[in-house]
Design a binder for this molecule. Structure first.
Ligand code: FUB
Length: 315
């Protein structure tokens, strides 16, 4: 299934910041975008909101992949992974990210673990960016029971929202967490982590006066590490920078104020064909809302010092 996002029709005198129309995904309700650039194509992996209108909880059972070569024409590759593909999981196909290494594509996802009822991080693998992806481990890579730091309260969704960086020296890092951000050093096989270092707390500053909530995304620009996340509630996007993959982190600033008609804000940042993009979700499709979200995109820029100026979400 292929379609074009078309162009916005604007009131006279108004300048269109992007040549595409938002939301860029309109054939399903979609959320939690994660982007991967491979060859001349941008792949966008998204969650699938299936909650009925008026619902106040998520109904999410599978993950979709879309691709584009120009940010205007998109192909829907259908669901490429589902909760059913993890025999040990029983619901909540929440946020994930795909990374490429040694000819394989690894899909890290948040998903509910049947045995504990809590969210866990699973990993699936494929030879192609559009799947099919299959469970790489037959069990969770990270479960709540592994991430107990003394004194921290626990809840069922504290281990969600994985984001992965493969650094220039080959070391891969997986960052994740809700309220308490954490990281592990992934082994070269990408499906296990360095047990000696274990699960480490990620010490993040308040940015724009807001506490960390969830939805980490890591990227690199001009040798610096940029970690961005959803902060506060309703969520807004903020970022911090570091000279090292694990900090110390210096507050950057606010990336985006909270998205229209939606209490969460989950994003991805990538460079594609010489331009930088931020993908995020809002609740602006007809019938949409916090549990029926839609993925959008905007340009992202850097100033001379590497700061990211505040980005306006689509109305
Ligand atoms: O889509 C379910 C959850 O909502 C994600 O894991 C969070 O980041 C938030 O977007």
């Amino acid at each position: 299934l292929s379609y074009s996002t078309g162009c916005r029709i604007l009131p006279e005198g108004e300048v269109d910041p992007t040549p595409w129309d938002n939301p860029i995904i309109r054939d399903i309700y979609s959320a939690d975008p994660a982007a991967l650039v491979h060859g001349d194509t941008l792949y966008l992996y998204v969650g699938h909101d299936e909650a009925p209108e008026g619902a106040t909880t998520y109904v999410m059972n599978d993950w979709y992949c879309y691709s584009t070569k120009d940010m205007i024409h998109w192909t829907n590759h259908g669901p490429v992974l589902s909760v059913r593909d993890f025999a040990w999981a029983d619901g909540n196909a929440w946020a994930g990210q795909v990374v490429h290494r040694n000819g394989k594509f690894y899909y890290y996802v948040s998903v509910a673990q049947a045995s504990t009822g809590g969210m866990a991080i699973g990993v699936a693998v494929s030879d192609s960016p559009t799947g099919p992806f299959t469970d790489a481990l037959g069990r969770a890579l990270i479960t709540s029971s592994m991430t107990k730091f003394s004194g921290q309260p626990r809840w069922s969704w504290d281990d969600i929202d994985p984001t992965v960086l493969i650094d220039d020296d080959g070391q891969a890092y997986l960052y994740f967490g809700n309220t308490y951000p954490k990281y592990v050093k992934l082994n070269e096989d990408m499906i296990s982590f360095d047990e000696e270092t274990g699960i480490q707390p990620l010490l993040l500053p308040f940015v724009a006066g807001l506490p960390f909530t969830e939805a980490l995304w890591i990227h690199k620009y001009k040798g610096k590490y940029y970690l961005s996340w959803a902060a506060g509630w309703e969520e807004q996007l903020v970022y911090a920078t570091s000279d090292h993959p694990t900090g110390p982190w210096k507050p950057g600033g606010k990336l985006m104020t909270h998205a229209e008609n939606c209490n969460t804000s989950h994003h991805a940042i990538v460079e594609f064909k010489g331009k930088w993009y931020i993908f995020y979700h809002n609740g602006t499709l007809p019938g949409g809302g916090s549990y029926r979200r839609s993925v959008c995109a905007e340009y992202l820029t850097y100033d001379e010092e590497g700061n990211i100026p505040l980005i306006s979400p689509s109305p």
